[in-house]
Design a protein around this ligand. Structure first.
Ligand SMILES: NC(=O)c1ccc[n+]([C@@H]2O[C@H](COP(=O)([O-])OP(=O)(O)OC[C@H]3O[C@@H](n4cnc5c(N)ncnc54)[C@H](O)[C@@H]3O)[C@@H](O)[C@H]2O)c1
Length: 289
């Protein structure tokens, strides 16, 4: 396949945006990243370079490949610079108001009417992002998994308004350019994976909250008893408690099932700023990154 998409934009360079920018740069694409201010651009860049350095240290990447990937990355605080992008992946916080604002702006600034405007949202209906633009046929969910350079899965989520051509192009891009494994989901909160995963994580938090078992024993139970690579509380720390709460809220709003309702302990921890690995403390403590 000729790589039709060469210029990619990534909005947000936190946990997910940095991983998405990294895999695109490693795939040979020019990547422009937008963050909210210079400090956030710097820490996003640091996160990507740190991950590339770990790739070199573990022998997955040569120093030359790392340096070439870094050269393909640039950063801005101004979305107007996305005018020439052929694909944009939005990966800002899981907040419907903020995301619709970004899509409305992208609609104004991205000049190519065939450009794909994708969201990495875990749970917000893609339709709401599509109708924030005048081009809902080009808007879809492209949901990566954390850590993006390691996990192969991508969920593709067309809305009712997404064109088949947009979905097919995004599928080819994820599969052939990024070497990902694609599954498709209907535009329902949580898509396939989070609709299954989030109730499991919330159950573990309820178990801890009720004094049923310790965090260590809950996690050890699932690691040693079910061969999961990590237990549910450590996984919640990795995902981010704020993101987990936001996804649970969207699922509960959509389906009104009690199993999706966030337990009070999760809400209190987020209010306290205990967000997991990214804040160095969640259900466990971590060294600051
Ligand atoms: N954490 C996960 O495991 C995971 C997995 C799959 C998908 N997601 C989804 O990916 C998205 C991002 O999650 P995350 O975990 O990377 O969050 P995060 O908090 O690590 O990063 C969000 C970043 O977005 C930036 N940001 C906020 N508003 C912005 C704007 N208007 N323009 C540019 N940047 C902006 C913030 O400064 C921050 O750096 C969410 O929609 C989340 O649901 C997360």
């Amino acid at each position: 396949m000729t790589i039709e998409i060469q210029r990619v934009g990534v909005v947000g360079c936190g946990l997910m945006g940095s991983g998405i920018a990294e895999v695109c740069a490693r795939a040979g694409l020019q990547v422009l990243v937008r963050e909210i201010d210079e400090a956030a651009c710097e820490s996003g860049r640091g996160r990507i370079v740190g991950s590339l350095d770990r790739g070199v240290a573990s022998g997955k990447l040569s120093e030359e490949e790392r340096d070439e990937a870094v050269d393909r990355l640039s950063f801005t605080v101004d979305l107007a610079e996305f005018a020439d992008r052929q694909l944009v992946v939005e990966a800002i916080a899981e907040d419907e108001g903020l995301k619709t604002e970004v899509f409305a702006t992208l609609d104004r600034v991205v000049e190519d009417r065939d450009a794909i405007l994708a969201s990495n949202t875990s749970s917000i209906p893609v339709m709401k992002l599509g109708i924030a633009t005048d081009r809902p046929a080009q808007v879809l969910g492209v949901h990566f998994f954390n850590p993006v350079p390691v996990l192969k899965l991508v969920e593709l989520v067309p809305s009712l308004m997404t064109s088949d051509e947009t979905t097919a192009r995004a599928d080819r891009f994820a599969t052939e350019v990024l070497n990902k494994r694609v599954i498709r989901s209907t535009d329902r909160a949580g898509f396939v994976v989070n609709a299954l995963l989030i109730p499991y994580l919330l159950s573990a938090i309820r178990m801890l909250e009720s004094g049923f078992a310790t965090a260590e024993d809950i996690d050890t139970g699932m690691v040693e008893g079910c061969s999961h690579p990590m237990g549910p509380l450590r996984l919640t720390d990795l995902i981010g408690l704020d993101t987990t709460l936001a996804v649970a809220d969207s699922l509960y709003q959509e389906f009104k099932e009690p199993l999706y309702a966030p337990p009070p302990l999760l809400s209190r921890m987020v209010e306290a700023g205990l967000l997991g690995r990214k804040s160095a403390r969640g259900f466990y403590e971590y060294r600051p990154r």
